[in-house]
Design a protein around this ligand. Structure first.
Ligand SMILES: [Zn+2]
Length: 406
């Protein structure tokens, strides 16, 4: 895949390694002066100056307006963001989000497209057509860095295949190849929750934290475990499923595993919506946004109960992982009473979740969380080796779609 084609390793690539260090420093702290980059990275001033010249030449870094203080004017440098765009695609249960995100992770445009079909080729055709329209309309002059694509379920990052995504009935769908063939761009692909963990490390709540546990609860449920800045994927990318964690409630549905106590049929948005309707608390077609905004005691009781059950399930993971930080994201987590109910569940089923005073943060980027999460998959590859990435992207002899799918 594209990211692996741009691996930095040999002695001759040391300039690229240094350049990547400079760019990541700017991503974090820019705009700052070259001297400050040297101080923060430990590189010599000469190395920073040399790397910056190459980075400016390639359009990865820009100089800002000189700032006059005492003595000589200081010229700040920063990552070039305004005309560098990533296409973000997140395939959800009922709709696909298509976004244009700049290289600072800021959403420039976002569209939600209801699935016109659940058949993979038809769905990807439609989504890619929308992406092309958005690029033509909103970023006609931008350099498109690539595509970050994500979905829930079981995702094999290495082969670019959706192994299984039950809500759409997909199995063994080569999503990366399908998107690359249509958009002629490198496609970086992973489970949405792992993209979310990456976006939190690059742009969000986990910038200072090397190990944390990311949990997402929406129409799907998922976890990403990060240790020393590395996200665990495991063989064929199957890590992170927490669908069958047992909780103390009983669902009206029997899970595919034959039980009725599995987290996925009690705490996901789908399950909560269905149960709200079944209990007469809401009408058919109610959305999670409607439920979260409700002040009805019955609805609030249901949401509190499900937040508590999620806390129980996550408590089991906390005892196993002992993370430094727990990040929670998803529509339900934005409700004012959510965290208190969640913590009460956590204390029931975790031996040390309560004792260690574990920091728990509601993370994500609101309703748009899947968009920067998907874009982060591409941006992670870009920032690991920006010179190598852009050299491969711009190479006239190797079309990027071959580099991405080969
Ligand atoms: Zn189950």
């Amino acid at each position: 895949m594209f990211a692996e084609s741009a691996v930095v390793g040999s002695v001759g690539d040391i300039g690229r390694v240094n350049a990547a260090t400079v760019v990541r420093s700017l991503l974090r702290d820019g705009p700052i002066a070259r001297t400050e980059v040297a101080e923060r990275t430990g590189l010599t001033r000469a190395t920073v100056t040399r790397a910056t010249a190459k980075l400016i030449d390639m359009g990865i870094v820009v100089e800002g307006e000189p700032i006059r203080s005492f003595g000589r004017p200081m010229i700040p440098i920063d990552v070039r963001a305004e005309d560098r765009v990533v296409v973000s695609i997140h395939v959800g249960v009922t709709l696909t989000r298509i976004g244009l995100v700049d290289v600072r992770g800021r959403i420039l445009q976002e569209r939600k497209r209801l699935h016109v079909t659940t058949e993979p080729a038809g769905l990807v055709d439609d989504v890619c057509q929308v992406a092309r329209e958005m690029l033509a309309e909103h970023a006609p002059d931008a350099e498109v860095i690539g595509v970050g694509a994500s979905i829930g379920g079981w995702v094999d990052t290495e082969s670019g295949v959706v192994v299984r995504y039950t809500p759409l009935g997909w199995s063994d769908v080569p999503l990366v190849t399908m998107i690359a063939e249509r958009l002629h761009l490198p496609v970086l692909f992973d489970h949405m929750v792992r993209g979310m963990a990456l976006s939190e490390m690059m742009f969000g709540s986990a910038r200072d934290v090397g190990d944390f546990l990311q949990i997402y609860v929406g129409d799907v449920l998922g976890a990403a475990s990060v240790d020393a800045g590395i996200i665990r994927r495991g063989p064929r990318g199957a890590a992170g499923s927490i669908d069958h964690l047992p909780v103390s409630g009983e669902s009206t549905r029997t899970c595919s595993c034959g039980r009725r106590h599995c987290a996925q049929w009690l705490v996901t948005d789908r399950a909560v919506r269905d149960d709200a309707v079944a209990l007469g608390l809401a009408g058919a077609g109610v959305t999670m946004d409607d439920l979260v905004a409700s002040d009805d005691d019955g609805v609030l009781g249901l949401l509190d109960e499900r937040a508590r059950l999620l806390g129980e399930a996550v408590g089991l993971l906390i005892d196993f992982e002992n993370p430094s930080l727990l990040l929670l994201a998803g529509p339900q987590t934005r409700r004012p009473g959510f965290l208190e109910a969640f913590r009460s569940g956590l204390s029931v089923r975790s031996d040390h979740g309560g004792d260690l005073d574990l920091p728990v943060r509601i993370a994500g980027f609101g309703d748009s969380t899947p968009t920067p999460a998907s874009a982060a998959l591409c941006l992670d590859a870009y920032y690991r080796d920006p010179i190598g990435y852009l050299t491969a992207l711009r190479a006239p002899t190797v079309p990027p779609q071959e580099a991405s799918t080969g």
